[in-house]
Design a protein around this ligand. Sequence first.
Ligand code: PLP
Length: 444
Amino acid sequence: MMITTTNTTQNNEVIPVNNAENNITSLAYAQHADEQDPLAKMREQFSIPKQSNGTDGYYFTGNSLGLQPKLARTAVLEVLDAWQERGVKGHFEGEFPWMPYHEFLTEQAAQIVGALPQEVVMMNSLTANLHFMMASFYQPSEQRSKILIEDHAFPSDHYAVESQLKHHGKSVDDNLLLWAPRAGEALLNYQDLWQIIEQHGDELALILLPGVQYYTGQVLDMQRITEVAHARGIKVGFDLAHAAGNIELSLHQWQVDFACWCSYKYLNSGAGSVAGCFVHQRHIENTELNRLAGWWGHDKSSRFKMENTFKPIPTAEGWQLSNPPVLSLAAVRGALDTVKLAGGMPALRKKSLLLTDYMITLIKTELGDKIRIITPENPAERGCQLSLMINVAGLDGKAMFTELEKNGVTTDWREPNVIRVAPVPLYNSFQDIYHFVRILKECI
Ligand SMILES: *Cc1c(COP(=O)(O)O)cnc(C)c1O
């Protein structure tokens, strides 16, 4: 039904609000927004898992595992075919020979994180890369031996850092500093970080923080943190698991020392796929840097001379160890081509802001204080993900998560009490969000 009303603005201009398209809570509004969306067609580039009734499910878990790009499937099949047809010659023959396969990914991966191509390499997995980076950038001395992380760091990062301390014979109690939200608050407060750096700056060897905090969705000010830390001689690394492919990054310009990210969340390269690693330009040619070496990091022209003197490639590739899993790199290639097809991060972020704004407005309008959004509302401080807490007496968040699942909505549950929903600009639509909020309201 079309309802005709008029709205009067402050300068008495009359705007007709005469159809459902202008009512943000209507399906017509979402349909109209999808029609206006220049990236709407990107959804066809993905396989969307179905609900039990055979229609497309409402998938909001791109923060955990991105959906399958059709180009990734094609690229993997190409590698399988090359292996079938060429055997070992696949290393050197064909359009995408395996020997330099990781090089086909570098330029696009570098664009996504705002780096120079020589600063980036796709290799290993995220936690493995954190260790390799710490082998180079955590070199404790008597004076400087501490590492600062956040109190609610992803467990793998926490374990990695503790084990690095132990590896160097440093006690965790004395050397691990934690930046925690204040009592009763969900978000990290910079005043507390500056104070820790002020107090312990001369003892800190490394600060390792997320670009986007996985639980709350809070984006950290990576540039400012790097500046403040460098002023005290502290190395800075970022875990970009939830940032790469989600927000715009300028790692090179921000002078970050190193960064690591996985490729299976917002970059849609498939579970456990090969990860990304960034080493700033000013470090890549420093062959004196300690590193855990392997033959794939050795100078390409002399690698097959099989000599025993390690000569690292003077780019981020110098940190590679093994010849990489090409089937997985192929998936990454298809996934990165998909991001490129969409116009890269500026185009994705532009849509992402509209999608998440719409989700926030709709949740507030339809559910009021029944839902608490712990993610910062300021667009500069969040990516696409919203972390929701159910704020209804007697209603358990975990039960709500299960109920959503039964109704075709895939979200993810994180202990102790958060439902994370990530509308992803590559394949989510405004109508997906409309249906999510409608179903959430019905479930409550
Ligand atoms: C997803 C994620 C991981 C996962 O690590 P893997 O080594 O890829 O298994 C680690 N850290 C953070 C912050 C993450 O979000």
